[in-house]
Design a protein around this ligand. Structure first.
Ligand code: SAH
Length: 232
C-alpha cells in the first residue's frame, strides 16, 4: 500500500533524522532480539520507515526519535516505543486480514494513528487530554492525513462509528474494556495492554464470526494508564 503522506522537504530530514538512522531502526525492529520477537510484516516496516517520528516529539528530543524507546510528550504521557507500535499494527493483519477501519484509544502524539493512516486504513482516534489532541491534529493536517479524532474518554469507544475491523488501545487498564470489545466487527482484532504497572501484557483479542472471542498474549509491555474523564 502506498503511504498517503504529504512529506515536506524538512520532514525528510538530515543528520540524526536521516534515512540511514531510520533504516537502522527498521533493522532493529526486524531482528527479533526483543522479548516479543521481530517484526516481519513488510507493510508495517515500510510505514515506520516512511513516517517521520521526529515530527511527533519535541524538537529537543528529535535526535532520539529513531531510537527504539518511548519518549515523553508532556502531560505525563509518552509516544510509544516503535517496536510496540509495530507489534500492535502487525497484529491487526493477522491471518491475512486487511483492516479497513480502525479505532485508536489514546491519540497522544498522533504517531500510531499516522502509521495506521499511512497503511491506507481509515482511522478514528480518541484522546482525553485536549492539549495533546490539538497538537496531534495539527500534525495530521500538515501531513495531509484524513484522521478522524475526538476529545473524549476513549473507554466508551466510538459507538456511532462502530463496528471496527481493528481497535488499538495505547494505554493500559487492569482488565479489558467490554465496551470496546463490543465495537469489533466479526473477525475484528483488538490489541490492548492489560494488567497492573510492572505486570502488563499486550493482549490480542479476535472476534470470531460466531461471536466468541479468542485471546492471545503477545508480549510483556509497559504503558501509561488508561484513565477516566477528560482534561482540557
Ligand atoms: N498512541 C500514542 C501513545 C500515547 S500514550 C502515540 O502514538 O503517541 C497514551 C495516551 O492515551 C495518552 O495521551 C493519554 O492521555 C491517553 N489516554 C489515557 N486514557 C485515555 C482514555 N480513557 N481515553 C482516551 N485517551 C486516553
Amino acid at each position: 500500500m502506498t503511504p498517503r503522506l504529504r512529506l515536506q522537504p524538512e520532514a525528510v530530514g538530515m543528520g540524526m533524522t536521516s534515512q540511514r538512522v531510520r533504516d537502522r531502526l527498521i533493522d532493529r525492529l526486524r531482528d527479533g532480539t526483543h522479548g516479543g520477537g521481530g517484526i516481519t510484516d513488510e507493510r508495517v516496516l515500510n510505514a515506520i520507515r516512511t513516517v517521520p517520528r521526529h515530527l511527533f516529539v519535541d524538537e529537543a528530543l528529535a535526535t532520539r526519535a529513531y531510537e527504539d524507546t518511548a519518549l515523553p510528550i508532556g502531560h505525563g504521557q509518552t509516544i510509544s516505543q516503535p517496536w510496540v507500535v509495530a507489534k500492535m499494527t502487525e497484529a491487526l493483519y493477522a491471518d491475512g486480514r486487511q483492516p479497513a477501519k480502525v479505532l485508536e484509544v489514546g491519540t497522544g502524539s498522533g504517531y500510531q494513528a499516522t502509521i495506521l493512516a499511512a497503511l491506507g486504513i481509515e482511522v478514528f482516534t480518541v484522546e482525553r487530554i485536549g492539549e495533546l489532541l490539538r497538537v496531534a491534529r495539527k500534525r495530521f493536517r500538515s501531513l495531509g492525513l484524513n484522521v478522524r479524532s475526538k476529545h473524549d474518554d476513549g473507554r466508551i469507544g466510538w459507538p456511532e462509528e462502530a463496528p471496527f475491523d481493528g481497535i488499538v488501545v495505547t494505554a493500559a487498564a487492569p482488565a479489558l474494556v467490554d465496551a470496546l470489545t463490543a465495537q469489533l466487527a466479526p473477525g475484528g482484532i483488538l490489541v490492548a495492554p492489560v494488567g497492573a504497572p510492572g505486570g502488563q501484557v499486550l493482549a490480542c483479542l479476535r472476534a470470531r464470526a460466531d461471536g466468541s472471542i479468542e485471546r492471545t498474549d503477545l508480549a510483556p509491555v509497559s504503558f501509561v494508564p488508561l484513565l477516566s474523564g477528560v482534561l482540557g
